[in-house]
Design a protein around this ligand. Structure first.
Ligand SMILES: [Ca+2]
Length: 506
């Protein structure tokens, strides 16, 4: 509204200035006055735009950064996400706070670590945080239109998408909210259940299962196509007032369902290359470190493993195309210069590394997330400083001029967008509540313990020399000082995350 009014004024003033040539002193003064007013108006406009930057938060589900071409994948091409990376800051050491949907999403939306709220499962954090404002709610309370399309807080995939419900949502976070119902594994097409189906007799099934469907029809058959369409509509509808828009895509979360047109680059599936299989890879890690999904317990032979990778990539390519539609809408609405765009995922995903599949694990493939922040006026960069998803709330609130809240457990990382060497922490912290796993990750080490007192085992990887984390050094005598130091640091971190205004309230 303000912007429209300002442009009308400018057109009027410019028009008056070039109209009838009058040269007396009074007119000269009048023109000077009008020029001064114009300058003020332009300043006013830029302050308005700066103060009222929009936030477009795009989040994929179960997306590992290793599947993106801007993070180095040469098979799975993601041109739209890459284009955002080319104009924004791409973070190479961003970590989620929980390695599955529920706790990760509750954490970055509420501003607390999972163990601060105890929101460790698939529920809304609202009962724990009371009337404290969530990330989007903070913007809503400051005059923003705040909306989500599809999955921002936890929603069951595929079940919750099939039913089209709100899932573990928090209504108070939004001015409006929209769900994107989709057929998921029931989508017509060629479907195959890869998991626990060694004799191939099962048809495509529902639930949290590795299923690939090469689907008939176009993008709009599925949830993410509908999500992009709704997001495009909302961007155009709300282009004249500030918005915080959350766009939640559910791919590449299982089932791997995408229109047929996204599959050719990955077929025949036999050409997909699996990560190396190292004999004895699990021999030096505790039982708790073996992921809940493995090639053997999912009964997936090499053919099925390769098809899982190809099916996942097709889902990523489909999701990337939907991201492209949303970014195009932003440009068409003329909002690129006053919108901060964030692209990320709630956690990563294993695609056969260590014969692990899916999430939950605390290895980099699962705990590290893709993160791109593109903000007006900032130069493109790659930043390798540690960032946590928990940092998004205070960072974006600060960048948009909203009041800082001491209670937030994340840090403002906005200086990294001006200087990629800027750092706010020397370690990232992440948890896998289902297996009482805790990760501290610094530049040289990945330290993982199972159990609050490490009673279920420890892993220590030298990520400088062993980036794929094959050799657990935790039991080697030489590394006991490192383990000891990390145990101490972890114990302090577990105390610190619980020391907050929620605990002091009790
Ligand atoms: Ca997820």
């Amino acid at each position: 509204m303000v912007r429209k009014f300002s442009w009308h004024c400018i057109v009027y003033l410019m028009g008056s200035m070039v109209s009838p040539m009058r040269t007396n002193l009074k007119l000269k003064f009048n023109i000077e006055f009008r020029l001064a007013f114009l300058v003020l108006l332009f300043c006013g406009c830029s302050v308005t735009a700066k103060d009222k930057l929009n936030v477009l938060f795009i989040i994929s589900d179960d997306l590992t950064s290793t599947a993106l071409s801007c993070y180095g994948n040469t098979v799975c091409k993601t041109p739209n996400i890459d284009s955002l990376a080319e104009r924004g800051t791409r973070f190479t050491r961003a970590y989620c706070q929980g390695t599955y949907c529920g706790p990760s999403r509750a954490s970055f939306m509420s501003g607390y670590y999972p163990h601060a709220t105890g929101a460790l499962g698939y529920k809304s954090p609202r009962p724990q945080i009371g009337n404290r404002v969530t990330w989007s709610q903070h913007f809503k309370n400051n005059g923003y239109y705040s909306a989500r399309v599809s999955k921002i807080y936890h929603m069951g995939v595929p079940g919750g998408i099939e039913s089209g419900g709100h899932g573990a949502d928090d209504e108070a976070s939004w001015t409006e909210r929209f769900n994107s119902k989709g057929p998921e594994w029931r989508a017509p097409g060629d479907g195959e259940t890869l998991q626990n189906n060694p004799d191939g007799k099962k048809p495509a099934v529902g639930g949290n299962t590795f299923v690939v469907v090469e689907a008939d029809g176009d993008d709009l058959v599925h949830s993410d196509g509908k999500t992009a369409k709704k997001a495009v509509e909302l961007i155009h509808r709300h282009k004249d007032k500030p918005f915080w828009l959350g766009v939640g895509f559910v791919r590449p979360h299982v089932p791997f369902v995408a229109p047929r047109s996204y599959y050719p680059p990955f077929k025949p599936y036999s050409k997909m290359v699996l990560p190396p299989k190292i004999p004895g890879d699990w021999d030096d890690i505790p039982k708790a470190g073996i992921n809940y999904c493995t090639s053997s317990n999912m009964k997936m032979d090499i053919r099925r493993q390769k098809k899982s990778v190809g099916g996942y990539y097709a889902s990523v390519a489909y999701m990337d195309a939907q991201v492209g539609k949303v970014l195009t809408a932003l440009d068409e609405a003329g909002l690129r210069d006053n919108t901060i765009v964030i692209f990320t995922s709630d956690h990563g995903f294993h695609l056969g590394e260590h014969d692990f599949w899916a999430k939950v694990s605390l290895r980099d493939e699962s705990s590290q997330v893709p993160l791109i922040i593109s903000a007006p006026g900032k130069k493109p960069a790659v930043c390798s400083s540690f960032v946590e998803l928990l940092d998004l709330y205070p960072t974006l609130a600060g960048m948009c001029g909203l009041e800082a809240q001491k209670r937030l457990q994340g840090k403002d990382v906005s200086k990294m967008l001006d200087d990629p060497s800027h750092s706010v922490r020397d370690t990232a912290f992440c948890v896998a509540p289902a297996r009482k796993g805790f990760l501290l990750r610094d530049e040289k080490w990945a330290y993982i313990q199972y159990g609050e007192k490490a009673d279920k085992g420890i892993e220590l990887f030298d990520v400088k020399n062993d980036p794929k984390q094959y050799v657990n050094l935790a039991l080697k005598k030489k590394y006991q000082p490192v383990v000891k130091a990390f145990r101490k640091k972890m114990a302090a971190k577990l105390v610190a995350v619980r020391e907050n205004d929620l605990s002091r309230r009790k």
